[in-house]
Design a protein around this ligand. Structure first.
Ligand code: FE
Length: 216
């Protein structure tokens, strides 16, 4: 089997959020699809290891923030490369509550959902949910596709993503090694040499400092 065939499936980039006993939490997701239009239902795949999975299971409710191409990419890193069990992923974010579910700033649209069924795989839960509210936050927004995230933003997939596949090691180039973020896998490709970036420069995806980058 050539697993690369699966790369030709298309996805968007979303943040699935929920309310965890007095605080908001959530995680980045890409495997979300509309199942029916009337009533509007969606299916969402979340890794068992994601704390959001636990909270959605307990509360039966979540929201989906649909990210657009101009959403700050650090939103993806903030929700995709750390755990909501031990961090407040909303810390410092100006979020809104919609149907008691948090919605991230800068999204193009959002859905508020109630779980009606769920199915388990070895690693992920597929939640089937009714859309109880939906709103277009920015009519001009161009929804971010997963391909855009990879090809334009140069983002990587967290290991918990349903579509994660280990990357092949790049061919060993004799010349320059690349600077890689050890937290999110972002590969620096700016025009300024990495060494000359200011000390307060941060990873554009996960906002970690320059010091977490390693040369590979
Ligand atoms: Fe990073």
């Amino acid at each position: 089997m050539d697993a690369k065939a699966l790369y030709q499936l298309s996805y968007g980039v979303y943040v699935v959020t929920c309310w965890d006993m007095g605080r908001p939490t959530g995680c980045t997701a890409n495997s979300i699809m509309q199942i029916t239009s009337s009533p509007a239902t969606v299916a969402v795949s979340l890794n068992h290891k994601n704390y959001t999975n636990t909270v959605v299971r307990q509360t039966g409710k979540f929201a989906v923030s649909i990210l657009s191409e101009d959403t700050d990419p650090s939103i993806i890193g903030r929700f995709g490369f750390q755990s909501g069990a031990d961090t407040n992923k909303f810390d410092g974010l100006d979020y809104e509550l919609k149907g008691y579910q948090p919605v991230v700033p800068g999204c193009g649209a959002y859905l508020v959902c109630e779980v009606i069924d769920q199915m388990e795989t070895d690693t992920h839960t597929v939640f089937l949910a009714k859309v109880v509210d939906a709103e277009v936050a920015n009519p001009k927004a161009v929804p971010m596709t997963y391909a855009y995230y990879h090809n334009v933003i140069k983002g990587k997939s967290p290991k918990n993503a349903p579509t994660y596949q280990p990357e092949e090691e790049p061919a060993k180039a004799a010349e320059d090694k690349r600077w890689v973020c050890s937290v999110c896998g972002y590969i620096y490709d700016g025009d300024t040499p990495f060494e000359e970036l200011p000390e307060d420069w941060k990873c554009p995806i996960c906002k970690q400092p320059k010091s977490v980058f390693q040369q590979k």
